[in-house]
Ligand binder design. Structure first.
Ligand SMILES: C[S@@+](CC[C@H](N)C(=O)[O-])C[C@H]1O[C@@H](n2cnc3c(N)ncnc32)[C@H](O)[C@@H]1O
Ligand SMILES: Nc1nc2[nH]cc(C(=O)O)c2c(=O)[nH]1
Ligand code: SF4
Ligand SMILES: [Mg+2]
Length: 210
């Protein structure tokens, strides 16, 4: 159980349930290949059966950590932070993004969009899920739409989701990791027939880095 004082700090975003933080290379999407510091916040109830970080789901397993401490750890590293999870938008992210931007650090988020958007973002990667769709407000704010393809129906879902984002949003199809051998050739074929899309691979997994 967390005490009332901790709960109030969490409500204000001055504490967050930190799962892990690590300096690596952005492996996916538009910023693939760029050094970035990742902050992974616990808690998610979206329930993707193929999720590659199920250990993140139960927020109670990840200790509430002072946001100031998290940001102090970042400063000596890259000029870009990626906030991910879990589902980071379950938490108030105004405090952490203000702190990062005041330190001249660019703020990127990986989100399903299933919770209200908080925070100030230099880059929003929206990855909608059928089990808990994004809230309407985030679609036009997304810089990048990244749909995970695990079966043929997911291409239809991708087109439905693409009809909701802004005209200059970057569009990516990413193979579900455990299906990559069967599904990647289908994505290659789809992108060649529908070149508004690009393929995104989880390059960090091929590189054996976090
Ligand atoms: C673990 S999620 C955390 C952020 C947020 N909950 C979300 O889903 O966008 C980070 C990214 O990994 C993707 N992802 C998760 N499991 C995957 C898998 N098995 N194969 C491919 N991409 C996956 C998600 O779609 C998302 O774009
Ligand atoms: N290298 C690397 N790139 C990533 N891009 C998105 C990730 C995530 O889990 O949100 C991720 C990750 O876990 N590692
Ligand atoms: S929304 Fe993200 S963290 Fe949550 S289950 Fe799906 S992939 Fe995993
Ligand atoms: Mg990941």
């Amino acid at each position: 159980m967390i005490n009332e004082e901790t709960q109030q700090l969490i409500n204000k975003g001055e504490m967050l349930p930190l799962m892990e933080q690590f300096y690596t290379i952005q492996g996916e999407g538009y910023h693939t290949g760029k050094a970035a510091y990742f902050i992974r916040i616990g808690g998610c109830d979206v329930g993707c059966h193929w999720c590659d970080v199920k250990e993140s789901w139960n927020a109670n397993l990840h200790p509430p950590t002072l946001t100031n401490t998290i940001v102090n750890n970042v400063k000596e590293f890259a000029n870009t932070v990626v906030i991910t999870g879990g589902e980071p938008l379950m938490w108030s992210l105004n405090y952490i993004t203000n702190l990062l931007q005041n330190n001249n650090i660019r703020t990127h988020i990986e989100t399903s969009g299933a919770y209200p958007l908080s925070g100030q973002w230099n880059w929003i990667c929206l990855s909608p899920k059928k089990t808990k769709l994004p809230l309407e407000g985030i679609y036009t704010k997304a810089h990048e739409l990244k749909i995970i393809i695990s079966n043929n129906h997911d291409f239809k879902f991708a087109e439905e989701q693409a009809s909701k984002v802004s005209e200059n949003c970057e569009l990516y199809l990413q193979p579900e990791w455990s299906k990559r051998e069967q599904i990647t050739p289908k994505i290659v074929d789809y992108v060649m027939k529908n070149p508004k899309w690009k393929i995104s691979l989880q390059t960090h997994k091929y590189l054996n880095i976090p």
